[in-house]
Design a protein around this ligand. Sequence first.
Ligand code: RNT
Ligand code: ZN
Length: 423
Amino acid sequence: MSEVSTRIQVAYDLSKERFAETGVDTESALRTLDQVPISIQCWQGDDVRGFEDPEGDLTGGIQTSGNYPGRACNASELRADLEIALSEIPGQKRVNLHAIYLESEVPVERDLIEPKHFDRWVQWAKKNDLGLDFNPTCFSHPKSANATLTHPDAEIRRFWIDHCLASRRVSEYFGTELGKPAVMNVWIPDGSKDLPADRLGPRQRLVEALDEIVFAPLGKNHKVAVEGKLFGIGAESYTAGSNEFYMAYAATRKTLLCLDAGHFHPTENVADKISTALCYLDEILLHVSRPVRWDSDHVVLLDEPTIAIAQEIVRCNALSRVNIGLDFFDASINRIAAWIIGARNMRKALLLALLEPLALQSEAEKKADFAGRLALFEEHKSMPWAAVWEYYCASQGVAEGIGWLEKVRSYEKSTLLKRGGKQ
Ligand code: RNT
Ligand code: ZN
């Protein structure tokens, strides 16, 4: 516990009383909040380039825009940047890696990646008390140009199946070394720009390929998730791995289902999907993101969709069943600031949700007192939760306001702007 200033303490004590009037114990909310792990996407730090071929193009229908200076060009730089970001994000954290973030003196093909290529990440995670999650990288590769796990050519399919199996071995290594299971998320870009003649074949091949991947007995210290999507740039008319495809796949195969907030029609309520998924699955994975008109992966805000997601997890009493990961990558602003803003917003959304007067809301609902329920929802929005947040940050030794910005700016000056290489 870090020292808390008198101003913050006094404001907190008053807010604590106010929340207690609604039956909410802020102390217990903060204890819970601090324990919820948030998985931070490493790829925000280098615009999803990775270290296999940092000059290579990002393909697969996902895009970064912007060329803000100072991106990380190797794993040491990325870890150093992450350390700055993590130091200003309160609470338990995990770091989410992709296969392209391997470290090796010699080039390694994706189907041949091994735990040893991620050993430095594991040592670093141990030192910094972090969990690690993982993703096979089924994009930005010559063999992913047309398709990966759905490819009509069995040899190319084999390559990607082997890559996913190798990725499971790496994930298992993470889980074993760090004592908590790693989540390995499979996302493939396979789809079609224009109307396909055959929508069934690729999906059948995907089922087969995934079965080979998920049923291989490769240990219990990692969990496999599958991530659906509506469309991508260049895959506007058809995505083999749609939401329905993976919902059914996850439910029948007992994998995790990954819901990415940017992978649905813009007016769909992503939060509403959580309770459905929880009826059929033990656990799910979230990619919290912010789609602006499309799957643009903007920095997460403390906005209604994000708050609704946090509320849904808490209202379902499912904090232990929902793995919260972030998935945004903005190359147009300081990347460390992007991490801090987005991750703190996710944590703030969880705090707001944990401070809801859930007992009163449920009671009103049970009595069909819908005016009372609405009044409670609306009143919550102006409750003094910010004082609880400031107290939490101060007691965790992170800036309670935007004091972290100074740290980021001076690191930008001393380090980021001095980086060589093509930005
Ligand atoms: C792409 C998916 C996928 C990626 C990351 C890099 O649309 O959201 O999760 O963003 O794996
Ligand atoms: Zn995603």
